[in-house]
Ligand binder design. Structure first.
Ligand code: SAM
Length: 193
């Protein structure tokens, strides 16, 4: 899709372009960080009635906000109050088309309740095992300010070390913008040869 002259590209728009290119009606997707449900809603629209979406968040406020958003939009997903480290309890290996992470804290809530490298890295690995060959994972990595840099550094090092025969990893950052714009990570699980 060509860029509109009126709209500048941002990180979420970029990852959403990946979703739109690769998520088809009937797909099975996981939103690993439901938050207020914006991404869950987008995934539900992309997979349509035949598809399935699971969404995880550790905060009751986020789970409730996501359920309310979906109900208002007449969409449905399984919204689970649990850590994304538990996603393998809810999906079979190599059964998922796309998994999305939007790291950081819930806007307008306690910024101390945020994703952390100690749980994000195991959740990434768990999610990669759940992806179908050809499936996709995206991460929006927030950094600076209340998010700090520890999780960013750990995530970028982790994905850079993934086996290149099994995964393609693309990292996009807005090099000339101020104030630490989030970083977009796309991981594609290679189809079997
Ligand atoms: N995708 C969301 C949206 O569309 O509104 C925004 C997500 S927000 C930036 C990050 C969310 O991750 C917060 O709601 C936070 O509670 C959640 N979170 C933090 N640690 C988590 C964990 N271990 N498992 C699942 N969610 C977690």
């Amino acid at each position: 899709m060509p860029m509109s002259a009126k709209q500048s590209l941002d990180t979420l728009t970029l990852v959403q372009r990946y979703w739109r290119a690769m998520i088809h009606p009937g797909a099975f997707c996981i939103d690993a960080t439901a938050g207020r449900g914006h991404d869950t809603e987008t995934l539900c629209r992309l997979v349509g009635r035949e598809g399935k979406v699971l969404a995880f968040d550790i905060q009751p406020e986020a789970v409730q906000a996501t359920r309310e958003r979906l109900a208002k939009a007449r969409l449905s997903a399984w919204v689970i109050e649990a850590s994304h480290t538990e996603m393998a309890d809810y999906a079979a290996p190599e059964s998922v088309d796309a998994i999305v992470f939007n790291l950081g804290y819930l806007p307008r809530a306690d910024h101390r309740i945020a994703t952390r490298a100690e749980t994000t890295l195991p959740a990434i690995d768990s999610g990669l095992a759940l992806l179908k060959p050809g499936g996709m994972m995206t991460l929006c990595v927030y950094h600076g300010g209340d998010s700090g840099f520890d999780e960013r550094d750990a995530v970028l090092a982790h994905v850079a070390a993934l086996d290149a025969k099994r995964f393609t990893v693309l990292v996009s950052s807005f090099s000339n913008r101020p104030n630490y714009p989030p970083i977009a990570v796309l991981i594609i699980k290679e189809p079997r040869v």
